[in-house]
Design a protein around this ligand. Sequence first.
Ligand code: PLP
Length: 444
Amino acid sequence: MKRAFQPIDPPARLLMGPGPINADPRVLRAMSAQLVGQYDPWMTAAMDETQALYREVFRTGNEQTLLVDGTSRAGIEAALVSMITPGDRVLVPVFGRFGHLLVEIAERCGAEVHTIEVPWGQVFTPEAIERAIEQVRPALLAVVHGDTSTTVAQPLEGLGEVCAKHGVLFYTDVTASLVGNAFDVDALGLDAVSAGLQKCLGGPSGSSPVTFSPRAVDVIRARTSVEAGIRSAGDETSDRRIASNYLDLAMIFDYWGPQRLNHHTEATTMLYGARECARLVVEEGLDAAVARHALHGSAMLAGVRGLGLETFGDLEHKMNNVVAVVIPDGVDGDAVRGELLTDFGIEIGTSFGPLHGTVWRIGTMGYNARRDTVLTTLSALESVLRRAGARVSAGGGVDAAYDAYATADATAATAATAVAGADDPADDLDAATAGGAATGGGAA
Ligand SMILES: Cc1ncc(COP(=O)(O)O)c(C=O)c1O
């Protein structure tokens, strides 16, 4: 039978690139549940629950926390097209491919876009961004948090205060960084944030969690223009109507809110998936999920170095969940990726723009941020590189990763002992009854 007439039966793959990664089986199971009518009370309750779950994931009290149907760039476009009125000045600090994407989208929204740039692999100092804000006086600062193309994350601390001081809306794209790296919407003073499921959240792409501060909501709501066929008496029609209907957040807020405006047909299956992604994070605990990404990301970093490979980018600002590895001289990067895929079923990432052909990107994220995936990938990479004629140290990758895990285990055990010792009131009692002669446990 022709392949086109056969049921979908994808090959088994271990996706260790910069995303997408293998979806968590729980997410896939949630996505196989039957559809329910859009305004069924069960469904509207599921929407409310999803909003509450994402408030936890984003660490925000923002009422307007919801899903935009579409891949991550749908969330970006919804945020930018709804906040930018044509002619607004927008500042974009560019440090990789996705900064250029923000520029491109903001330009299409009719903004007067100003950029500052650093070479790929580096980040800006907060002072450089503040200086640019003072010079440009933008209505909006749009900055990528973790730029997957370079693997580094821009520190956002302090920028919220700077933006608030200058009356600038503060937006960031956390598609690559959310759940893999510490991030707190309210503490950072962000006005608008968009994400995706396909990286550290362990889901497929196709739904974009977003959140908006009351300040951003005011800006967006001032542009409300309800579409004619669903308009009621008293509904507004702004003369600064948002240029996209599908991504019009003023209407989407009312679709998610008590008004249940009949804007679009919910992508129900994606909502099930997005809800399960958030449930996984909340169940594990956000801090624990970030720590898991830090653990396996540092083991992967140690492993590639243990193989004798160089990394690219400012390691101090590297995201926990992805590493850029310099392709050794004389090695055909695409051939190595091809062999990893065909012989081991492992996918690692290529790269874009100035980095194309010079680095691979290896991710440890979401469902795939695990010890077995790290060790398997390092072992396979070593074999393929050796066959490609690269000089790699035999067993050096796996051994270095094992060492990184052993160090982390020892650190965790010491911390657990210290916490147990500090927390156990019985210890104080023991010390008192021993006449102050007690010694710390395990000192021998
Ligand atoms: C940081 C960042 N922003 C935006 C996107 C675009 O996401 P999507 O392809 O889901 O639209 C990506 C995709 O990898 C990304 O890494």
